[in-house]
Design a protein around this ligand. Structure first.
Ligand code: NCD
Ligand code: ZN
Length: 404
């Protein structure tokens, strides 16, 4: 049993209190508790519901090991990995193989979506049942309405059929293939409209204010990324061919509108999509971002641009609620003791060579940020002052089968 004391975010307020931790779980939160004094602000560690940790045949771009270390340094305790790997995770065997790898190699808690492809669409519901005997599957997704791989580009009819066959959360990358070349902004907005007619979804990386408004008027939910909020195609000068990402960066005005409408968003997620430098030079779309998301937001909190409640909601409590991750989301009695501790005085510039992804670059080079000084995963001190204190391999408390 351990007690840590300091300023913490509890039930929507910053209070000064102690947190008693037993077997990785928060047992008590009380102003009278005495224990180790922690400098800085204790927040719930983040959840990133959209990462691409590659591995398998693409382990030059990222591995579960490197991606999860990057997540940990960014104050993230749980990731949802996407199955558009090589090979694609569209069956029970591939799913198990990847979860076995994460079990041995991940630094943070790890969940994996199952892919919808044109090959598995008839059997997906059966496959899902099979996988769910052993694992908690967060969602079917990311379903691509547009993709260069024809097996991954899903027609609306197939999406509709799957939507009708299960109540499972489905996450959608909404860009309409018919419009993508002539007007990529409309490609997103029209695709969101079409999907909303088919049912409820969780929309990945929404990049326009119009889409945000339409989704927030529905039962569906959506995420925004730091790059669509804080970058725009004005950054072309700095980023050159590296600027390619799906959906593309928009105008500065659009990014500002999206940011000003942040209260409409349910989740902030990174869409961490690393590639090799060669691939980026060749124009492969995707940005790394799992390590920089929380630190960018905390810096903006210090500047008074975003409130702590908004940040915690977008990065922790809503992801836990929407994806059904029990014992995550808030610092609360009965929840896992997953914390990120930020010292608001330690502002640093983001530098690619200090990050832990294999991507070797960041679109946020030189941006101000506040990285967590400490990260606790289930009560264990996992990061302290830039040093990793734990071995990879999912924590001993991590349940194999779905209790969530
Ligand atoms: C994603 C990737 O690289 O896996 N890239 C991206 O730009 N977001 C795939 C995708 O969403 O197109
Ligand atoms: Zn995507």
């Amino acid at each position: 049993m351990a007690v840590i004391c300091g300023k913490l975010f509890y039930k929507g307020e910053i209070i000064t209190a102690g947190i008693e931790i037993e077997d990785g779980i928060v047992k008590r939160i009380d102003k009278k508790l005495e224990g180790e004094q922690i400098d800085g602000l204790i927040l719930p560690a983040g959840i990133d519901v959209h990462v691409h940790f590659r591995d398998f045949e693409e382990n030059r771009k990222e591995t579960i090991n490197s991606g999860s270390l990057s997540a940990l340094f960014g104050g993230i305790c749980l990731v949802v990995d996407q199955p558009n790997t090589n090979p694609i995770v569209d069956g029970a065997d591939e799913y198990k193989r990847r979860m076995d790898k994460a079990m041995k190699e991940s630094y943070v808690d790890y969940r994996l979506n199952v892919a919808l492809t044109n090959r598995n669409s008839d059997s997906l519901i059966e496959t899902l049942k099979e996988i769910e005997k052993d694992y908690f599957v967060p969602a079917i997704g990311e379903v691509f309405i547009h993709h260069t791989n024809p097996d991954l580009q899903i027609p609306y009819d197939t999406l509709s059929m799957i939507r009708k066959s299960t109540s499972k959360l489905i996450t959608v990358h909404a860009e309409d293939p018919a419009l993508i070349d002539e007007d990529s902004t409309q490609a997103e907005i029209k695709s969101v409209e079409r999907c909303l007619e088919l049912g409820n979804f969780h929309f990945c990386h929404i990049s326009t204010y119009d889409s945000a408004i339409k989704i927030s008027d529905s039962e569906s939910t959506f995420e925004v990324t730091p790059h669509h909020l804080f970058l725009s195609y004005d950054d072309l000068q700095n980023l050159g061919s590296f600027i390619r990402v799906n959906p593309p960066l928009r105008s500065r005005v659009e990014a500002e509108m999206l940011f000003n409408g942040l209260q409409l968003a349910d989740i902030i997620a990174s869409d961490h999509a690393p590639h090799t430098l060669e691939d980026k030079k060749d124009g492969k779309p995707g940005f790394p971002g799992v390590e920089t998301m929380y630190p960018l937001l905390i810096y903006l909190m210090k500047k008074g641009v975003i409130g702590v409640r908004t940040i915690v909601k977008l990065i922790s409590s809503n992801p836990a609620r929407i994806f059904g991750f029990e014992r995550y989301g808030e610092i609360e009695i009965g929840n896992y003791a997953n914390f990120a501790v930020f010292d608001l005085k330690s502002v640093t510039k983001i530098r690619a060579d200090k990050l832990h992804t294999l991507a070797e670059w960041t679109p946020f080079e030189n941006f101000d940020a506040i990285f967590p000084r400490r990260v606790y995963i289930r009560g264990e001190l996992a990061i302290e002052d830039g040093e990793v204190k734990i071995d990879p391999g999912l924590h001993k408390h991590e349940e194999r089968s779905g209790t969530e």
